[in-house]
Design a protein around this ligand. Structure first.
Ligand code: SF4
Length: 393
């Protein structure tokens, strides 16, 4: 709604470099992809503003005399990935799993590495190149035919970084990311948006080094519109802290987040009313909680149970073992969570089941438990402990 209000008011200008970004986590519901595809088409054809789908990806390169995997992003098309559409978007959890395999652990309430890497950092990396106003993104990575990462080097680096995961477990966790592409190709913006045009923005002059602009002092400053509403003040306050100038602003130099709906008193009812008047909509019932990553660990036990009661009943064959399938979440939790017994790790306190997954130490809760539970009653004791969805970005 915010995007279309801005467009109708003529407030977005392609010649200034304004751009719309959708961060694909590869863990969204199929209807979300359909909806964002429609948005992209409309925004680009009717309003001529570029709308990019951006995915987190890693690549291999040498740093300080050794090869490592570094984080970046790639542009993707709004058609699904396939052998014949290699630039298509991923929807089977590949991007999400690449992140977990790269970090070697699962995100949790206190370390939302998924939001940070899949959304915030990917967008920042994209904007740095986009504002440089070049026709394509830079090629990233070494020129070798395959991976140059050695098991011994990966384990040695882990120990150097004070890691304590046994070698065989660590290498198993690193397997997925090591099988992902070793480089990011140069990508031409016009291949990913029909609305691309060279822009003339004097504010960007002299703020590019090589192929990227720089943010912060003497660098590029930009306004980021976020559609958080007046009735979501807890999330609004959290996002505002990014612009506070204090510790939480670190890493967000040059960004000015603006959340007009929160200031104009726009609520969920207003947004629902807006969409009721349109001939198309996100074909998901807001009450079902299927937006964002389908089984996001921040949806709370009740929210997750609801998602499971809707998605779990009759899952299309095509969606099996994808993020629409609870067993996919259970699988990556087991694979990238910390099994303290297998790691032969002593702890000073009792940790339920000796396992730390998405729901942290305090909660003896897991996707496995959700899969096993059949009634709300089973999970009632966890309800107060797990916060509702908080992916503000
Ligand atoms: S929706 Fe949840 S799982 Fe997905 S990126 Fe945000 S916090 Fe992570």
């Amino acid at each position: 709604m915010l995007l279309f209000v801005l467009l109708e008011a003529g407030l977005l200008k392609a010649e200034r470099g304004d751009v719309v970004v959708f961060n694909n986590t590869s863990a969204e519901h199929p209807e979300t992809y359909n909806f964002v595809r429609q948005c992209k088409q409309l925004v680009e054809t009717r309003y001529s503003i570029p709308f990019f789908w951006v995915e987190f990806q890693t690549y291999e390169d040498a740093r300080n005399g050794e090869y490592i995997r570094l984080p970046s992003y790639r542009l993707v098309k709004s058609e699904p990935w396939s052998e014949t559409t290699p630039d298509g978007y991923h929807w089977r959890g590949e991007v999400y799993e690449e992140l977990l395999s790269w970090t070697g652990f699962v995100p949790n309430v206190f370390q939302r590495t998924c939001t940070k890497n899949l959304k915030l950092e990917s967008t920042r990396a994209f904007l740095k190149e986009w504002f440089a106003n070049k026709p394509e993104t830079e090629r990233l990575g070494h020129f070798g035919n395959g991976s140059r990462l050695e098991d011994d080097d990966i384990y040695a680096r882990h120990l150097r970084n004070r890691g304590s995961v046994p070698r065989s477990i660590l290498l198993e966790k690193k397997k997925f990311v090591r099988e992902r592409p070793v480089y990011r190709p140069s990508q031409s913006y016009t291949d990913f948006s029909v609305a691309v045009q060279t822009f003339q923005n004097p504010c960007l002059h002299g703020k590019t080094l090589g192929t990227s602009t720089f943010f912060g002092k003497d660098g590029v400053e930009y306004l980021a519109f976020v559609g958080l509403r007046y009735d979501e003040m807890r999330r609004v306050i959290k996002v505002r802290r990014r612009n506070s100038g204090g510790l939480e602003s670190a890493g967000y130099e040059g960004e000015h987040v603006y959340m007009p709906f929160s200031e104009m008193g726009v609520t969920k009812e207003d947004v629902d009313g807006f969409w009721k008047k349109q001939s198309w909509d996100l074909e998901l019932n807001a009450e079902d909680g299927l937006s964002n990553c389908t089984y996001c660990f921040l949806k709370g036990t009740q929210g997750l149970q609801k998602v499971h009661s809707i998605l779990g009943v009759s899952l299309d064959e095509e969606l099996k073992n994808t993020p629409c399938d609870l067993s996919w979440w259970g699988g990556i939790e087991r694979k990238y969570g910390r099994d303290l017994k297998a790691e032969q790790r002593q702890t000073q306190r009792d940790i339920p089941n000796n396992f730390i997954g998405f729901f942290g130490i305090e909660n003896n809760f897991s996707y496995q438990l959700l899969a096993e539970s059949e009634s709300k009653k089973d999970l009632s004791k966890f309800t107060d402990n797990i916060l509702p969805c908080d992916c503000t970005d």
